[in-house]
Ligand binder design. Sequence first.
Ligand code: GLN
Ligand code: ZN
Length: 779
Amino acid sequence: MRLISDCVFLMDRKMASHIVGYPRMGPKRELKFALESFWDGKSAAEDLKKVSADLRSSIWKQMSDAGIKYIPSNTFSYYDQMLDTTAMLGAVPSRYNWTGGEIEFSTYFSMARGNASVPAMEMTKWFDTNYHFIVPELGPDVNFSYASHKAVDEYKEAKALGVDTVPVLVGPVSYLLLSKPAKGVEKSFPLLSLLDKILPIYKEVIAELKAAGASFIQFDEPTLVLDLEAQKLEAFTKAYADLESSLSGLNVLVQTYFADVPAEAFKTLTALKGVTGFGFDLVRGTKTLDLIKSSFPSGKYLFAGVVDGRNIWANDLAASLALLQSLEGVVGKDKLVVSTSCSLLHTAVDLINETKLDDEIKSWLAFAAQKVVEVNALAKALSGAKDEAFFSANAAAQASRKSSPRVTNEAVQKASAALQGSDHRRATNVSARLDAQQKKLNLPILPTTTIGSFPQTVELRRVRREYKAKKISEEEYVAAITEEIKKVVELQEDLDIDVLVHGEPERNDMVEYFGEQLSGFAFTANGWVQSYGSRCVKPPIIYGDVSRPKAMTVFWSSKAQSMTKRPMKGMLTGPVTILNWSFVRNDQPRFETCYQIALAIKDEVEDLEKAGITVIQIDEAALREGLPLRKSEHAFYLNWAVHSFRITNVGIQDTTQIHTHMCYSNFNDIIHSIIDMDADVITIENSRSDEKLLSVFREGVKYGAGIGPGVYDIHSPRIPSAEEIADRVNKMLAVLDTNILWVNPDCGLKTRKYTEVKPALQNMVSAAKAIRTQLASAK
Ligand code: GLN
Ligand code: ZN
């Protein structure tokens, strides 16, 4: 008997391990360079296909070598998995003039990026990640057809390489819930009514996958973590009941991620017909554990996402193993599969390429490649074949992280603990402050300003790069940057702008610039994460208590102020934005890290004030981005985020004017939190949705502080006319008081050219002046 069972055990060497999805870019962004070279016409479609096939095969091989049992396919994408699904369904908007047949690069990339004659499809954030997907445009007239065989092709490709994979499809209900009515279609069009039209195509795909030999298939249905109404949940029931017979004979996993699955959704999900396994994010969705323990259906597979796909920390293997063992007791030994919390798309690719990080920090980290190994180690340990050496190395690394003096700074811990539970507000109310500031600043009504950055020229980038590489001396660098600031100051004076900026020539990134000067931050060489298409970001890693060894911006800000009599804005990135655009430590709550950053920025604000800077802008571009997916968690987040912002400027005089800037237009739902930030002036993106922003004030929300809704869109090269800008300002004046309105662009100007910026700002200033005259004569 013994022999036989050992034999079975040996045959099924691969333990129950699963990876939800994997980064596509490659360890050194190979896909990015291949895509961009193809788009620039510098290489052929075949070259792009070759690079991509090589990436896929090395990923499959890597997972297979690691011992992963359920290896995903069709998680590669030339641009985005939602767009791939749109291609699969043949849902190409008519403006791309697609005439049928298998969708080729030209149609695909036109949808993604637009072409000479038509704009791209809209792009929006994938849940609360920094990944952006292409939003399907649907309506009653879309003629769905099976138009991209990518899922089947990738399955076959892996199989030919000897790897039997789990093909991954965006689930039909999430696909529809994440789409929008096409132009010309009623806003109220029920997108879910299209289920009947897309399911036949899903059935074709499933049939082909089966014919090709697939035995397991994964549907990603992440919308199940949102607050869905009953009627939306019913769509899941209906869709999977409809697919049931097509799915028979297959193992079917419905995968969720990014948050808890609410109780109602959990009930719906676990009752789906034809589904044999359910995947949960047990890192962000710890409350789902209770539901699993109380009501996971018997006989089904539980894919337990214990390895964090959203961060770069090594897993606490001992803790995960204990959790998994407790789950084994719930679902049964042979029904538990170890998995990642979500696709590894949202973390960095491979630690092996990090040459800049020291060994101690490296021992605390795991990127995608290392996470694959962790998943497998956990699965092996569960099956009784624990790799003791691997586990003890991991335990040692966890312990070193806990006790390292680089992580803990007692003074910072104390200071941030003291902030909790208390409130921080400037002593005087905003209208009294604005009066005091006006006495000092003496600004005209409708004061003009810009958001901070000026065009970043090739020359500027070269100077920064060469300084970093120590190819030019500090003196040369300071001289070059000073020259640039002078140019920007003179330009603004010529344009007659009222409150100036220095143009941010010394910064290549609004978070990295500060992170590099704060302690507790580390930077990777290749820790890229896909943001959209070929674009990647390289978030800093916050590993320890944050403090500010010395002033960060005072040198440049005071230099800039010395060049002009007009107020020069000090320019800082706010704590919430620094937090939301970094990989954040997971050994303390996010709010604690945020408070620490807030204290560091507070020191900087006070130093700027001491240096004679009277207007200080603290950008919170990403405040809204950090809003949790679930409404029930909004208030808590907004409370600490807004508190963090206020901490930065409680310590200053009434006469110092605090500005903040936000990069989104849709703020109506959080307007009260924005008011609660208690900034003196807020500049905010607006020009792509005038009506939305202003409606909140029309509906009677009282806003007493200064406000500058952007008067033109800096995302486009188009130069707005003075009339058009004046028109906008007049519309704003219909709902906002004359004495609180500021005139400024939507966002920073760093991505624009001087040939666009000069005339646009000129028109902006003349519009402001024209309205001032008009208002003066009306008196
Ligand atoms: N001050 C920054 C700039 O002007 C703000 C950028 C942003 O909001 N994303 O570039
Ligand atoms: Zn902005």
